[in-house]
Design a protein around this ligand. Structure first.
Ligand code: KG4
Ligand code: ZN
Length: 333
């Protein structure tokens, strides 16, 4: 079964053709990062407009790279929640129009499969690791989400813990900004931390049970930078001037320790662990969870292949919709 998948929940316009869940025939991503970088974060209206401009070309490229045509596509999948509402609406409406036009050349209506963005991130590991199947414990760490999820089956989920404030990726991005690094900061902190001393700066661990909290850590980094700039309070352990390489390493090590420790503690039934989402690209997190499944780097950030993969399982579970599909900025798993 060939699924054409569309993802526009944030700042990547993405289309992919995926066969039978895990066989990725094409995976095209048009990133808007360079433009949003100018503003230090995603500007929602710019994101929507770029999706509008790019989606037709990205879709055509995905079909071409898969050496297929719309007439050979069996279903169309689209991310419908959660995300930036204006951005999601572009993908959803494009998918609806496409399904309608594809149906004109087919005897039966072509199914439209709505996919939850986080379920897509979870599914990215099925592509990279075909041996992985539910049940397993999933740690989803992205710019907007940080959750530990018990994946009972391909379409059955139980959230065990999530963040009470900032998402892990958001903490990376905000700390990076305070350090003067470009947006989105996760990868720049990862690079800067490479030769740093992870013990140079001490940060607090949140005292939450199953849930995460990163705002205290983020504020501690920001305060440390501001105080140092202003010649304020310093402790003997703090380098002078602030050593950004050590700071990046210490911050990253703290975030990843929190993520790894909480995930291992939540894994009461010793299930396989699978990590996904943009932050799953982080080299320190990968070292801290050596036995966990991680997607290939191209499937860590937002992409449509993961949406096409999850869509296959949604289709098998009967989760299709016709012409009434809407987009939602927030949506429970
Ligand atoms: O999954 P994603 O592409 O978009 C959302 O659904 O949010 O995740 C983006 C997040 C950003 O916060 C970015 O800084 C972070 O993933 N990220 C990283 C790394 N690469 C991307 N964080 C830490 N280390 C990385 N290597
Ligand atoms: Zn994402």
């Amino acid at each position: 079964m060939k699924i054409l998948a569309i993802e526009t929940s944030c700042d990547e316009t993405a289309c992919a053709v995926v066969k039978d869940g895990v066989n990725v025939l094409s995976n095209v991503v048009a990133s808007q990062i360079e433009e949003h970088k100018l503003y230090g974060g995603v500007v929602p209206e710019i994101a929507s407009r770029r999706h509008c401009e790019n989606i037709t070309g990205v879709c055509e490229a995905a079909l071409e790279q898969a050496r297929t045509t719309l007439t050979e596509i069996d279903a169309i999948a689209v991310t419908y929640a959660p995300g930036l509402i204006g951005a999601l609406l572009v993908g959803v409406n494009f998918a609806k129009g496409l399904a309608l036009s594809a149906s004109c050349t087919k005897p039966n209506n072509i199914p439209l499969i709505p996919v939850h963005h986080i379920k897509g991130h979870i599914a990215s590991n099925y592509i990279s690791h075909p041996q992985l199947s539910p049940p397993f414990l999933s740690l989803v760490v992205s710019g907007g989400h940080t959750s530990i999820i018990h994946v009972k089956d391909y379409t059955e989920f139980e959230v065990i813990g999530s963040t009470l404030d900032d998402a892990a990726g958001e903490a990376f991005d905000k700390a990076a900004r305070a350090m003067g690094l470009p947006y989105p900061g996760g990868i720049y902190i990862d690079r800067k931390a490479r030769n740093g001393d992870t013990t140079a700066y001490k940060f607090p661990f949140p005292k939450t049970k199953n849930d995460f909290s990163f705002s205290g850590l983020k504020t501690a980094v920001i305060n440390l930078i501001h105080n140092t700039k202003q010649g304020g309070v310093r402790t003997a352990s703090q380098h002078e001037p602030l050593n950004l390489t050590d700071l990046a390493a210490s911050f990253q090590h703290t975030v990843c320790s929190i993520l790894a420790e909480k995930t291992i503690a939540a894994n009461k039934n010793q299930l396989p662990i699978a990590v996904s989402g943009g932050v799953s690209a982080n080299s320190c997190l990968r070292k801290m969870l050596p036995n966990a499944f991680f997607p290939e780097l191209k499937y860590c950030g937002d992409n449509a292949a993961m949406i096409g993969c999850q869509a296959y399982y949604e289709f098998l579970a009967g989760n299709t919709i016709c012409n009434s599909l809407n987009a939602f900025a927030t949506m429970e798993l």
